[in-house]
Design a protein around this ligand. Structure first.
Ligand code: F6R
Length: 635
């Protein structure tokens, strides 16, 4: 086991890692990395205590460090004291008071400080409420306080999809100090769910600068989940640029990235292993190499030449299989071609054709798992429509109520309509409804713009979203209400984003639905992405239930297809089934997405992503479609 803190100082990389300019350790699971890091930090704290010295930690917020903080709390319960620890947090949203549910002050206390014995005066978090004319001096003071504490011994970082560390958005200079910055659109979109809508996300923040971070003695950046894979590769392997502030860590003497296997997938050693050593040329590896080659050369697969293979580092593929480009091209072309199907549930009487889905049984039980009500519509509305049209028993199962994403205004409007109806009915028989609407309005008023919704309000919001999901389902052919089930998984109902925890009850609910539907095909999402995200937890609930069902007869003949959510992209080589859409079908998908009026988010980008995939297929030499919904087969 590599010692993480020791490894921050080591630059020698193996041949496999030669593209990585910052040392990167890959762990199977984030929990494993966090357990080890927490143990090492605990050892450092203990060692310093014995020497009568302090430890100064720079801390981050967001989903990434949550499992690390849980480990620190666990170690504290076993006797570790934080009395000799001083902390400085990276950042705070500008304009949020300490008691705001999304303030980083509140986050840090909920996740860590309230559960350990750190002295209050040792905690430093930028104050988001200093007045504009005081910000400059305030930030200066924050820098000075770090210096006076002896400088940061260890800085913990996450990374945003813009490549930011702290809130150092693109354009931040390597020597930038603690200051006020404007948040990037992508960063605000990522925080939209926490703030119940992008409009509520603050536009600016106070953050330690890149320069402040770079002065730390050691730096550990953590990244979990497939949605961080591209930015991790850019930061670790790409050029140092102020467009990706995490890339500056390449210039730090003792910086390290800790990533889980999903966040590591785009590093050269995993994505293109033939570029860093000899590989065993399996069929999936050949497909990946040829698609990459075609994309790099900008040529359709069938036009790639022996020279193209040689000049782009894939000559070994031809040599080791003792063949010419022409033959490899045809094999891979056919393989990609066979991923395309207008029959996502399989096509009758085609047993002997290479198709993604089995021909039999002709009529399948298809279970579509949808973490929040809009996810499956965004990911696969066109495919749902085809499955229904082709006669399969499709069941759309919405795992959570999604009520946290519904805007207050929708609940308020609903209550308003009830009150007007009560007036029209002149009160007769409408007393209960009026009382209900009054309670909704009062409870909304009481919690204010950012407060936590009462159970009553959450229930109403969930019901509003159910209506929208039914409307959207209707557009995709799921008119019959039995075809949509709402599970309202318990973990979601008691939590907030980033703070959910699965329980046995969630798994039981999932098991029940699996055994009820007895599916031949399951469509699921959440397999990539931050492990603490809602979609990932829904996938985990499914996975555990699936494992528990391993002796069931239906499971022996069940395919699981994975669709992508709105914040995770798919590489062409990963696609096992590509379901094409005509312009009309794409328009229909847009219409289905538009039914989700009560929520905010980036749902509308999805048809654009579907068009992107179609363009990539077209460039490889496949037929030119308007759009494609893509699936991976889970094995
Ligand atoms: C938080 C911070 C940010 C986050 C980054 C990733 O204090 O400074 O840089 O680390 O936005 O956020 P998560 O972990 O939520 O993906």
């Amino acid at each position: 086991m590599t010692d993480i803190l020791e490894a921050t100082g080591q630059k020698q990389l193996t041949q496999q890692e030669r593209f990585e300019k910052t040392r990167t350790l890959v762990f199977t699971e984030s929990s494993e990395a966090c357990r080890q890091l927490a143990k090492e930090v605990a050892d450092l704290i203990e060692k310093r205590r014995k020497e009568n010295r302090k430890v100064v930690l720079g801390l981050a917020t967001g989903s990434t460090p949550v499992p690390f903080y849980r480990q620190l709390v666990r170690l504290h319960k076993k006797g570790l004291s934080f009395s000799n620890v001083i902390t400085f947090n990276l950042d705070e949203y500008y304009g949020l008071t300490q008691d705001h549910p999304e303030s980083y002050y509140r986050f840090m206390h909920d996740q860590l400080f309230d559960h350990i014995d750190i002295p209050k005066e040792n905690i430093n978090i930028p104050d988001g409420t200093v007045s504009l004319d005081e910000v400059y001096d305030y930030c200066h003071g924050y820098e000075r306080a770090i210096v006076e504490a002896g400088g940061l011994d260890l800085q913990i970082l996450g990374i945003g999809r813009t490549g930011h560390i702290g809130f150092n958005e693109p354009g931040s200079a390597v020597d930038s100090p603690t200051r006020m910055i404007t948040l990037d659109r992508v960063t605000r979109a990522d925080a939209a769910a926490d703030f119940l809508g992008i409009a509520n996300v603050p536009r600016s923040a106070i953050t330690m600068g890149v320069g402040t971070i770079m002065k730390a003695d050691r730096i550990v950046l953590m990244a979990w989940g497939g949605n961080k894979a591209s930015i991790v590769r850019d930061a670790v392997e790409g050029p140092v640029t102020d467009q990706i502030s995490a890339s500056f860590l390449q210039q730090h003497e003792k910086a390290i990235f800790l990533v889980d296997s999903a966040a590591a997938t785009r590093l050269t050693r995993f994505q293109y292993p033939w570029l860093v050593g000899s590989v065993n040329w399996t069929a999936p590896m050949i497909k990946r190499a040829v698609i990459r080659l075609a994309e790099e050369v900008g040529s359709p697969i069938l036009k790639l030449t022996d020279e193209d293979y040689n000049e782009h580092g894939v000559g070994e593929l031809l040599a080791s299989t003792n063949t010419e480009a022409y033959h490899v091209n045809i094999d891979v072309f056919n393989e990609v071609q066979h991923t395309i199907t207008g029959w996502p549930g399989g096509k009758k009487d085609t047993e002997n054709e290479p198709r993604p889905e089995r021909a039999k049984p002709v009529q399948k039980n298809v279970l579509v798992l949808c973490p929040e009500p809009s996810d499956a519509i965004v990911g696969m509305a066109g495919t749902i429509d085809r499955l229904v049209e082709q006669g399969h028993n499709v069941r759309l199962v919405v795992q959570t109520s999604g009520n946290l994403r519904v805007r207050d205004v929708s609940a308020r409007n609903f209550a308003g309509v009830i009150l007007e109806m009560a007036v029209l009915a002149q009160g007769k028989g409408w007393e209960n409804q009026r009382q209900y609407a009054d309670s909704i309005l009062e409870e909304l008023e009481e919690k204010g713009e950012f407060g936590i919704d009462s159970a009553l309000v959450r229930r109403l919001k969930g019901l509003i979203l159910r209506g929208e999901a039914r409307d959207a389902g209707d557009v995709c052919g799921l008119e019959d209400s039995d075809r949509i089930s709402f599970l309202d998984l318990p973990f979601y109902e008691t939590g907030r984003y980033r703070r959910f925890r699965l329980s046995e009850e969630d798994i039981e609910v999932m098991k029940k639905i699996l055994n009820e539907v007895k599916p031949h095909s399951i469509f699921a999402t959440g397999h990539v992405g931050d492990p603490s995200s809602m979609q990932a937890l829904c996938f985990r609930a499914f996975f555990e239930a699936w494992e528990d069902c391993k002796d069931q007869a239906w499971r022996k003949d069940c395919y699981v297809w994975l669709y992508r959510g709105k914040d995770s992209d798919v590489s062409t080589h990963e696609i096992d089934m590509a379901v094409p859409m005509s312009p009309d079908q794409l328009e229909q998908k847009r219409e289905a997405i538009r039914k989700f009026q009560s929520i905010t988010g980036d749902e509308f980008d999805s048809p654009f992503d579907n068009q992107q995939i179609a363009k990539e297929y077209d460039k490889l030499g496949m037929a030119e479609y308007e759009a494609i919904e893509a699936f991976e087969r889970w094995t």
